[in-house]
Design a protein around this ligand. Structure first.
Ligand code: ARG
Length: 442
């Protein structure tokens, strides 16, 4: 139960990097001999190679990766190795290694989001004027262009990317190392030298806070949770859209699976999994909040329970972002099916109401007039365009002569010309902003 070596081996490269920086500093301050620091660094290089090649042997007695590495270094070089842990504690060591791991994975998630953005921009550009219904309450509401919908996904992912980059930036602020167990160490160390070497802008100002703090872990998990939730919404839409009921798109064969019994089926498994991974990631965030909740300062072994949540969350989210991109890049959309669903002229109801508003009728009254027309059409199994002139005039004479023109396909889309709307010019303008946002994050 006590051992974390089975999972915290993922911290190995960061643990080795921080040990190199630490012993170099110790030697420069005269706390250990230079030849000892040179021997330690040489041994760390060997251990790193062993870990990378899989030759490294873990022992049952290795409580965690930090002890395993120190044991091996000491086995390789004897006394010098035993000096590696001078002026530090596993408490400040694990806090620092973890921040370095978080920094790398915040960047990995941000980069994956950047690639997904590229796919979404291409999707928007390739389907600029392909109409489909926009939905509220999963009821056809107003038609939009697929480009506009793809860009809605883009902005979700772009915010995720910004959040991951903010976590990466936060991970550079304050290095815990040098705090020792909790109170500082009995040596005149140079923390700033180590910080600089490890890419930190500064050192944790308070040694108690340094070893007790796991904010950055909560921050990465929060960013993961929001991102996974976004991907679940995209996944859910892909599941709906690729169903025979919608028929708006089909997944590439490589992104769907056949049924073991029903030959006609093509299941959007990966999109379904995007949908279902989110609660697992949000669960990891909730679990770490639980670990941190009411935890007395400073280090408690409880903090070892931060790792598996982080590791699984990063693996799940990084994979999901990548999968979403590959899935969308290979999906194909059915222009006719989408246009037919969007061509239902009931979706122009708001435009008719706005026509009346333009002629001086209060919006609430206009809403009532058009609702009555919609009822009439639906009850008699017709579209709005099939109503007779006298039926329309009876509802309100103000609807003429524009009535039938407003029901022309495409009309309702192009009338959504407010900034951020679906009219083509506005989508083109939005694409410009999206490209700029995409490029500005490098
Ligand atoms: N494996 C431990 C963890 O993950 C490292 C720190 C152990 N410190 C201690 N005082 N027992 O938190």
């Amino acid at each position: 139960m006590n051992s974390s070596a089975g999972f915290d081996w993922r911290l190995a490269p960061y643990d080795i990097a921080l040990s190199r920086a630490h012993v170099t500093m110790l030697a420069s301050r005269g706390i250990i001999e230079t030849n000892d620091s040179v021997a330690i660094i040489g041994a760390l290089d060997s251990v790193e190679a062993e870990l990378e090649s899989g030759a490294f042997e873990f022992l049952d007695t290795d409580e965690d990766i930090h002890m395993a590495i120190e044991r091996r270094v000491t086995a390789l070089i004897g006394d010098a190795g035993a000096r590696m842990h001078t002026a530090r504690s596993r408490n400040d060591q694990v806090a620092t290694g973890l921040v370095l791991w978080i920094r790398a994975h915040a960047r990995a998630a941000a980069d994956a989001c950047g690639e997904l953005e590229t796919v979404l921009l291409a999707l928007a550009e390739g389907h600029l004027d392909w109409a489909l219904p926009g939905y509220t309450h999963l009821q056809r509401a107003q038609p939009v262009y697929l480009s506009h919908h793809a860009l809605a996904w883009f902005w979700m992912v772009n915010r995720d990317r910004n959040r991951f980059l903010a976590v990466e930036a936060a991970s550079k602020r304050a290095m815990p190392l040098g705090a020792g167990a909790l109170a500082g160490v009995n040596f005149d160390t140079d923390r700033r030298m180590v910080a600089k070497e490890l890419g930190f802008d500064g050192v944790a100002v308070n040694s108690i806070d340094a070893v007790a703090d796991r904010d950055i872990a909560l921050e990465l998990l929060s960013a993961h949770a929001i991102c996974a939730t976004h991907l679940s919404r995209i996944g859910a839409e892909l599941v709906l859209w690729s169903s025979q009921e919608f028929g708006f798109m089909s997944m590439a064969d490589s992104w769907s699976s056949g049924s073991s019994i029903m030959p006609q089926k093509k299941n959007p498994d990966a999109a379904e999994l995007l949908r279902a991974k989110a609660p697992r990631v949000v669960g990891h965030l909730a679990a770490l909040h639980g670990v941190m909740h009411a935890l007395p300062l400073t280090y408690n072994k409880d903090l070892q329970e931060d790792k598996e949540h982080l590791f699984d969350s990063a693996e799940t989210v990084e994979m999901s972002i990548e999968a979403a991109g590959l899935m969308l890049a290979t999906a194909s959309f059915n222009r006719e099916a989408m246009a037919e669903a969007a061509g239902d002229d009931l979706v122009a109801a708001t435009d008719l109401a706005d026509l009346l508003v333009g002629k001086g009728m209060p919006f609430r009254d206009a809403h009532g007039v058009v609702a009555a027309l919609v009822r009439l059409a639906v009850e008699s199994g017709r579209g709005l365009a099939d109503l007779t002139e006298s039926e329309v005039t009876e509802a309100s004479a103000l609807l003429l002569p524009e009535y039938s023109g407003l029901l022309e396909p495409g009309q309702t889309l192009e009338s959504k010309r407010s900034e951020g709307g679906t009219a083509l010019d506005r989508v083109r303008e939005q694409l410009g902003s999206a490209h700029a946002a995409h490029l500005s994050l490098g």
